[in-house]
Design a protein around this ligand. Structure first.
Ligand SMILES: [Zn+2]
Ligand SMILES: [Zn+2]
Length: 395
């Protein structure tokens, strides 16, 4: 097989990988560059998707999916079933009122996406591709095992081992065994000094915070379902406060509740309430946890004299608040006395090492990290190929 990383080497995001066999050619992810990405590798997705047999999307973050409108219309695009629906709800929200450049054409295209299920292989010509559900800050995210001509490639997408689904990953990978090539994300390797808590530890810390004040505002990504689950369960353990969000968030959580029954209640958000004025009295007396975002609706509650004694928990990347990647609307919205409670959606050095030792790759191709040579710091006994964007590599 032939591997070509069109984009994604020495940069976080903008991922586009091509795999070619004797009889088929597929793309894994068609991501856009993250805002303020310093590298400017141009990829003509319309051109490279010509005569392509299929596109597989690992998850709905735009740095893996953002260029889907450029994919030739006749080429099927595959994504996880729940990921497709969550992304659709998100897009509808972006369309009305026009928050981002999303039109009906975008929504119609996503509607045509085909879906896959974890561990159920799809054959595209002589390529067999098996999605493997992983833990990440996007719900319903996948790695892909790609097999053809007796060779195996594992493409990790974005993943972590320190979340609720992460602990199952080693067992799943044990069953796959040795692979010929591992295309591996390494987002966190340029931040080896950072500390990472597990999602469960974060949940424990959240309980104490929720108990320390009557009114709690929480800011995290609306599509980071595992983070919302952490706060939701923490709130239940902490006492009797309401858990409140807006209608858009409620639509997402209702869909997740309805379709995640196999996870034995972990993703059951049925006690979440979307705000209506009838709730106000209970909010004042019982206290609440409220998911907020940088808009007027949220601000009204945060500034209300009734909820003055509150705690604002900021639970996403600090880079949105200051520095090159700062998001103006978030930076202005978050109060100065916020409490920071967050952990990465990406694998730690330990998590990456663990995966490598299980699949014992003949070669590792690092992607989705600031510098592929950061991978060398792990001192692994496997060959590392520092590919250049748009160069091909044969296995
Ligand atoms: Zn990513
Ligand atoms: Zn991601």
């Amino acid at each position: 097989m032939q591997i070509k990383i069109h984009r994604g080497i020495n940069q976080i995001g903008g991922c586009i990988t091509e795999i070619k066999s004797k009889k088929a050619r597929i793309l894994i992810d068609v991501g856009t560059n993250l805002p303020n990405c310093e590298r400017n590798v141009k990829v003509n997705v319309s051109k490279i998707s010509k005569k392509c047999d299929a596109v597989f999307i690992s998850h709905y973050h735009l740095d893996h999916l953002g260029e889907y409108m450029e994919v030739k219309k006749e080429v099927p695009i595959y994504i996880g079933e729940q990921a497709k629906e969550v992304f659709t709800i998100y897009q509808k929200r972006m369309k009305e009122p026009k928050i981002a450049e999303v039109t009906q054409a975008h929504i119609d295209r996503v509607k045509k996406f085909k879906t896959f299920k974890s561990d159920v292989s799809i054959e595209i010509g002589d390529i067999k591709i098996t999605p493997i559900r992983v833990d990440h800050s996007a719900f319903d995210s996948y790695m892909f095992l790609i097999e053809s001509d007796k060779k195996k490639i594992l493409h990790t997408g974005d993943f972590r081992t320190h979340g609720p689904l992460g602990k199952e990953l080693p067992n799943i990978l044990e069953q796959i065994g040795k692979v010929d090539a591992l295309i591996c994300e390494h987002t966190t390797l340029s931040r080896l000094d950072e500390t990472f808590v597990s999602e469960l530890e974060l949940q424990e810390k959240a309980i104490n915070l929720i108990q320390s004040s009557k009114y709690i505002f929480i800011m995290c990504a609306s599509t980071n379902i595992d983070r919302i689950a952490s706060f939701y369960h923490a709130n239940k353990k902490a006492g009797t406060k309401l858990f409140i969000c807006d209608d858009y968030q409620k639509d997402i959580l209702d869909y997740i509740t309805e379709t995640s029954k196999k996870y034995k209640g972990y993703y059951d958000f049925s006690e979440v309430k979307s705000f209506d004025s009838g709730l106000y009295k209970d909010m004042v007396t019982k206290g609440f946890c409220m998911l907020v975002r940088s808009n007027y609706f949220s601000k009204k509650f945060i500034q209300s004299p009734n909820f003055k004694k509150n705690i604002f928990i900021y639970s996403q990347w600090l880079g949105y608040l200051e520095g090159n990647n700062a998001d103006d609307s978030i930076a202005k919205f978050v109060p100065k006395d916020y409490v920071y409670l967050h952990t990465s959606g990406h694998a730690t050095a330990k998590g990456i090492t663990e995966v490598c030792h299980i699949v014992k790759p003949d070669v590792i191709i690092p992607i989705h990290g600031e510098n592929s040579h950061d991978f060398d710091k792990l001192n692994l006994p496997y060959k590392i190929k520092h590919l250049k964007n748009q160069k091909t590599f044969n296995i």
